[in-house]
Design a protein around this ligand. Structure first.
Ligand code: NAP
Length: 211
């Protein structure tokens, strides 16, 4: 179900500006919930492409508890490699300092040009943190925001500006990165919660085993 999107599905193809999804997340690790969310939002909003943007330094998290950016970037590349509609951008990984969505959207807006429609997609919980900070007005000029709700953790759209934010329910987000990390730590399987290549990458590198 989508709330707050003023026009719902629109005609695709020629005659409308390209529509690009920017999928922001720590992706520690990326899992099938993220992939289903990206696919669902691409379908609902008729996006031409979804660009996954792993965060560089999520400033609100303890840096010692976040997996190095290069591992999170590589896992995101592995998970999205087979889908021609998905790609991964290093923009936040390569930028020094703490990661702010406003900087990312400014850079992407300037590289894509003014005519492209940008949709910033992330977890509904995280949206509160982004939109609660300064520059909110500029954020809304740069992109439309799509918050993906996981079952049982629902952000209502109360208080969010009309027409600027949409909330989408994604049942597959019952899978969470926290749970995946915890399962690996306890020696439990994560097959089918994440793509096979991610299970193999985690096994090969030993990620999450001692954390
Ligand atoms: P988080 O707090 O780790 O995650 C909040 C919730 O959203 C978790 O349940 C998480 O589940 C889920 N989630 C995260 N990314 C998702 C995605 N792309 N699709 C669906 N669910 C998602 O959030 P975060 O990963 O640190 O940040 C999310 C995005 O917001 C990033 O792009 C980050 O840079 C941005 N952010 C910006 C600011 C700012 O500019 N001031 C502040 C906070 C966050 P999983 O753990 O399973 O992913």
């Amino acid at each position: 179900m989508v709330h707050g999107h003023n026009s719902g599905r629109r005609s695709s193809g020629a005659g409308r500006p390209p529509r690009i999804g920017i999928m922001g997340g720590t992706f520690d690790p990326v899992h099938h919930g993220h992939l289903v969310a990206a696919s669902e939002v691409a379908h609902l909003f008729e996006l031409d492409e979804v660009v996954f943007v792993p965060t560089g330094q999520p400033w609100q998290k303890d840096p010692d508890k976040v997996t190095p950016p290069e591992d999170r970037y590589l896992m995101t590349v592995i998970a999205t490699a087979e889908n021609p509609q998905f790609r991964v951008d290093r923009i936040e990984i390569d930028r020094d300092g703490p990661t702010y969505t406003i900087d990312t959207l400014r850079e992407l807006r300037s590289s894509y040009g003014p005519s492209v429609e940008l949709f910033f997609i992330t977890g509904a919980d995280a949206l509160g943190a982004i939109l609660g900070w300064h520059n909110a007005d500029e954020l809304f000029e740069l992109a439309h925001f799509v918050g993906c709700n996981r079952p049982g953790h629902r952000l209502s759209d109360t208080g969010l500006p009309e027409g600027k934010v949409s909330l989408v329910e994604v049942p597959a987000l019952a899978i969470s990165s926290t749970e995946c990390r915890e399962r690996v730590r306890k020696g439990e399987p994560i097959w089918y919660l994440v793509p096979d290549g991610i299970v193999r990458y985690i096994n090969k590198t030993g990620l999450y085993r001692d954390s």
